[in-house]
Write a protein that binds this ligand. Structure first.
Ligand SMILES: Nc1ncnc2c1ncn2[C@@H]1O[C@H](COP(=O)(O)OP(=O)(O)O)[C@@H](O)[C@H]1O
Ligand SMILES: [Mg+2]
Length: 113
């Protein structure tokens, strides 16, 4: 059994979205900058622990959830599950065992019956 502190672990997680459009993109043909949606998060979630991510709109909560559930790819840092580095894993067959263990639970469906 892995150390409980290591069940789900984010190390320096970073998600930057390129800003397209505008004068820079049209003239220079490259992104004008980047939205720093997530800028270096370290987080450990142990077995049985419940974590609430709280912050103002646009502070990056959904993006963190999307990285953890492998719906978005980080631009930096790592996400580990039970000590295994999931950061570079892609594709439905490679991710199938992970998706059996880590998935979204939609509150309306789960709690409102
Ligand atoms: N796919 C995307 N492309 C570009 N910018 C995005 C994308 N997703 C989120 N963002 C931007 O990243 C920031 C964080 O968004 P989000 O994670 O949805 O925040 P929260 O869930 O805390 O409201 C916001 O500035 C948002 O506009
Ligand atoms: Mg959100």
């Amino acid at each position: 059994m892995p150390d409980t502190a290591d069940m789900l672990r984010l190390e320096g997680l970073e998600v930057h979205f390129p800003i397209h459009g505008g004068l820079f993109a049209r003239v220079l043909g490259r992104p004008a900058g980047a939205v720093h949606a997530v800028d270096g998060i370290d987080l450990n979630i142990g077995r049985g622990e419940i974590i609430a991510l709280v912050g103002e709109s646009g502070s990056g909560k959904t993006t963190v959830g999307r990285v953890i559930t492998k719906l978005a790819q980080p631009t930096g840092g790592r996400n580990l599950f039970e000590g295994r580095d999931m950061t570079a894993k892609r594709g439905s067959s490679a991710l199938r065992p992970y998706r059996h263990r880590v998935q979204m639970i939609f509150a309306y469906q789960a709690l409102n019956q």
